[in-house]
Design a binder for this molecule. Sequence first.
Ligand SMILES: Cc1cc2nc3c(=O)[nH]c(=O)nc-3n(C[C@H](O)[C@H](O)[C@H](O)COP(=O)(O)O)c2cc1C
Length: 195
Amino acid sequence: MDVLKAIAGRRSIRKFKDKPIPDEAIQAILTAAIQAPSGKNRQPWRFVVVTGDKCAEMVRIMREGIAEKEAREEDIGSTKGTARAMEEAPVTVFVFNQHGVAPWLEHSVDQTFKDVVNLQSIGAAIQNMALAAQGLGIGSLWICDVFCAYEELQEWLGEEGQMVAAMSFGYADESPGARPRKPIREVARWLSDNT
Ligand SMILES: Cc1cc2nc3c(=O)[nH]c(=O)nc-3n(C[C@H](O)[C@H](O)[C@H](O)COP(=O)(O)O)c2cc1C
């Protein structure tokens, strides 16, 4: 598939068919992820692939986190809808920054800069996964609402470092239109001699 076509056609998918994703497709998506560029070629990403019965456990932990937030009368935003989408998705991949530390721990300036570099690299890997999935006819949802159960999910996943995001994958059971984008003139500025 043409790259620009994949970029233009990708949507966040929140309704998935009850249909498994073949292992080869998951491998292809992870292969795309690890081909992303990374600062100093550090490849700071780590992935945990959740499938099968483990998905229900993952969603249960997520919902416990949401309930605790509700009990503390904190804003739960879109988390319930996200948990529903994760419940339908046959595969969710959690992405960690191996060199990162939890957001609430103290960061030196050096650590903050290193985090910025590593998080950009991880963002590239995540976008590669979304585009690879799109090329394979698989829908995806990039998820940060997993932060509502940050410590609980991290412990359950048994992964060190900083949890950056999750991405759910599955065959789309909806065809959402494109969400609006700010025009280029609003977000980009040219500096050139001839203006
Ligand atoms: C870093 C990041 C975090 C996101 N977290 C969530 C999330 O937790 N739940 C959700 O439903 N969508 C989430 N999204 C999807 C955005 O809502 C979506 O990308 C945006 O509305 C634009 O829509 P589109 O992806 O269909 O173009 C996230 C996207 C990004 C890039």
